[in-house]
Each structure stands twice: as structure tokens, then as C-alpha cells.
Design a protein. Structure first.
Length: 178
């Protein structure tokens, strides 16, 4: 904003914003939109679609013939024993905890070393750059969308605070400088 950077809205940014906004929508909002559009809750359309109560028994036998004679339970439980997270032993957990200093040590270090440090003011463009860096980091880590949603909300707040006190110039002011 302050450094006259070009605003680029690409598909990735649009999807991130869309995901964040969609996560904030409550089920009641969607229901009210349908009601306002004229959809009725008590309509008789619930019986329009046929419901399948029982699967066709011939389908699984065709699968067994094509891929071998597996039982359905074997198919369903094939990935139950896969490790989806790191299995730590007690010694590894203790080693990780011991590397982190306790609260008393942190307070002593802060009192000793930070008495004369003045924090540098961060500009809006720097804050947006930092958020973009964090978004790139979390994207590479393949984490949940919760972190991305939080970062997009922070980005939205920063931009809205930055433009809150700005005034749009008139078109004639552009031509006065020519």
C-alpha cells in the first residue's frame, strides 16, 4: 500500500479467500437464503428421488472376480494399520521437551537482554509480505486449511485497516497533472 505495489489477484488467492469465507458461513445463513429465494421446507419433493436401501449383491461379486477373492471387510480395513503420524518413543518426547527453556529462564533472559531494545515499526506492505511468506510456508507443509483461513482473515484485516482512511481521488485530479 505504501510502496505502490501492484495488487495481483490470481486463482490461488481467490480460492484461499473463498475457502476462508465459506468456512465462516453458518448453516442457518444458507437455509435462510433458500427460504428467501422461494424454496419451501415442507415441499413434497423429498420422495422424487429413488432411495437405494440395499446395494446390488452382484456388484461385489464382479469386483471379487476381477481383483481376486477378497472379502468386503478386507477391502474396508486395508489401510487401518497405516501410520499417519510419527510414532515417538518416550525418550524422543523427553528430549524435545528438554530443549525448550522453561518460563522462568525465558523471563530472566527477557529482563537481562531486552531492556534497551526498541521494536521497529512494521509497515502495511511489510506485514502483507510476511503473511504471504507464512502462506507459502504453510502451503508447502501441506497443513490443514485452518492456518490458511487465519492468515487470509489477518490479511483482510490489514488491508481494510490500511484503506479505511484513504479517500478515492476524483478523475479530474488525474488530468490536472498532465
Amino acid at each position: 500500500m505504501q510502496q505502490k505495489q501492484d495488487s495481483v489477484i490470481d486463482l490461488k488467492f481467490a480460492v484461499q479467500v473463498l475457502s476462508t469465507v465459506w468456512a465462516q458461513i453458518q448453516p442457518g445463513i444458507v437455509k435462510n437464503c433458500f427460504r428467501k429465494a422461494g424454496f419451501r421446507v415442507d415441499s413434497d419433493c423429498t420422495d422424487c428421488l429413488p432411495q437405494e436401501d440395499q446395494p446390488d449383491p452382484g456388484v461385489w461379486s464382479a469386483v471379487e472376480e476381477a481383483f481376486g477373492s477378497q472379502q468386503f471387510s478386507d477391502y474396508v480395513t486395508a489401510d487401518d494399520d497405516l501410520v499417519s503420524s510419527e510414532q515417538l518413543i518416550d525418550e524422543e518426547i523427553v528430549a524435545q521437551i528438554r530443549q525448550v527453556p522453561n518460563a522462568e529462564q525465558e523471563e530472566e533472559q527477557n529482563e537481562e537482554g531486552n531492556s534497551g531494545i526498541v521494536t521497529e515499526e512494521v509497515t502495511t506492505s511489510q506485514a502483507l509480505d510476511y503473511i504471504q511468506g507464512l502462506k507459502n510456508y504453510f502451503e508447502q507443509q501441506a497443513t490443514t486449511s485452518e492456518e490458511m483461513n487465519t492468515l487470509v482473515m489477518m490479511e483482510t484485516r490489514i488491508v481494510s485497516k490500511a484503506v479505511r482512511h484513504t479517500v478515492q481521488a476524483k478523475l479530474t485530479s488525474f488530468f490536472q497533472n498532465i
